[in-house]
Design a protein around this ligand. Structure first.
Ligand code: ZN
Length: 258
C-alpha cells in the first residue's frame, strides 16, 4: 500500500470534489488521471448543487490551489462577478479541468462556437480532446444530436454491458470489443487501480475477452501493484451492473467491489 506524499495529496485533492460529482461519479478517474499527470483533460459532470456560487467558488479555489485550471462551459472560473448572472442562463453543470490554461481557454471558445451549430459537433470535438477513439465518439455525437438521444445512448450502453464483459469508465464504446477503445480503457483502469477503485474480477474478465481481438502488449497484463482502497472512503464501480446494484441499496451504503 502506497502512503507517500503524492497519494496523501491526491486524496486531499479528490475528497471534496468527489462529493460534488454527479452519479455515477466515474469522472473521478479522469480527474485523478489529470492530477497524476496521466491525462491532460478531465470533463466532470457535477451535481446541480455544485453550480451554486458559494460551492462553485470553493471547489474552483481548491482545484486551482493544486495548480490546475478549471472552468465551466460558460468560461466561469469562480472569480468573476458575472457568475451569479450567468448561472441563470442555460447552464450545464459540466466542468473542464486541465493543467493548461491555453487548452481550457481554447475549449471554452470552441464550445461557444460549436454548440449553437448543433448536430453533436461540440461532443465530437470534446471527445477528441479527451482522447476517445473517433468511432466511439461518432456514436455518442450522433445520439447527442437527437432530442433524448443521450438518454437512449446510455440505455443502450448499459444493456450492452449486461450482455458482454464490457467495462464502462465514463465513456461508451461504439461496439462490443472495439479495438480502438482498448487503450483508453486500459489507461483508465490503470488510474482506477492506483486509486484502489478497480473491480479486479470484472477487469480481468474484460482483459481475457478483448485479448484475442486486440493487439495487446503483455505489460498490460501485469498484476495490479497497489491496493489504495483507503484513499477515498467510498469505492466506485467500473460497470453499469455495479452501479445499478449500488443505486438500489436501500440503506445507502455502497457495496465494496467484490
Ligand atoms: Zn470504437
Amino acid at each position: 500500500m502506497r502512503q507517500d506524499w503524492t497519494y496523501t495529496r491526491l486524496r486531499r485533492f479528490l475528497a471534496p470534489i468527489f462529493a460534488s460529482l454527479a452519479e455515477p461519479k466515474t469522472d473521478i478517474i479522469d480527474l485523478a488521471g489529470v492530477a497524476l499527470g496521466k491525462s491532460k483533460l478531465a470533463c466532470l459532470l457535477m451535481r446541480e448543487s455544485a453550480i451554486r456560487e458559494g460551492v462553485f467558488r470553493r471547489l474552483v479555489a481548491s482545484i486551482m490551489a493544486e495548480g490546475f485550471f478549471v472552468a465551466d462551459l460558460n468560461g466561469n472560473i469562480g472569480l468573476s462577478a458575472e457568475y451569479s448572472k450567468s448561472i441563470n442562463m442555460a447552464h450545464l453543470p459540466v466542468w473542464l479541468v486541465t493543467r493548461s490554461a491555453d487548452l481550457l481557454l481554447d475549449l471554452v471558445n470552441d464550445y461557444r462556437a460549436l454548440q449553437p451549430q448543433g448536430k453533436g459537433l461540440w461532443e465530437m470535438h470534446l471527445g477528441r480532446a479527451l482522447g476517445y477513439p473517433e468511432c466511439c465518439i461518432a456514436r455518442y455525437s450522433k445520439a447527442a444530436a437527437r432530442s433524448d438521444g443521450v438518454v437512449e445512448y446510455w440505455h443502450d450502453i448499459r444493456k450492452e454491458n449486461e450482455t458482454t464483459p464490457q467495462i464502462l469508465l465514463g465513456f461508451g464504446v461504439c461496439r462490443a470489443g472495439c479495438p480502438r477503445a482498448v487503450r483508453p480503457i486500459l489507461d483508465r483502469l490503470d488510474v482506477a487501480a492506483e486509486l484502489g477503485l478497480l473491480n479486479h474480477e470484472r477487469a480481468s474478465r474484460w482483459l481475457n475477452w478483448v485479448a484475442p481481438k486486440a493487439d495487446m502488449r503483455s505489460q498490460w497484463f501485469t498484476p495490479i501493484r497497489y491496493d489504495l482502497s483507503d484513499l477515498i472512503p467510498i469505492r466506485i464501480p467500473v460497470s453499469w451492473g455495479d452501479i445499478a446494484t449500488q443505486n438500489h441499496t436501500a440503506n445507502g451504503n455502497r457495496r465494496v467491489n467484490d
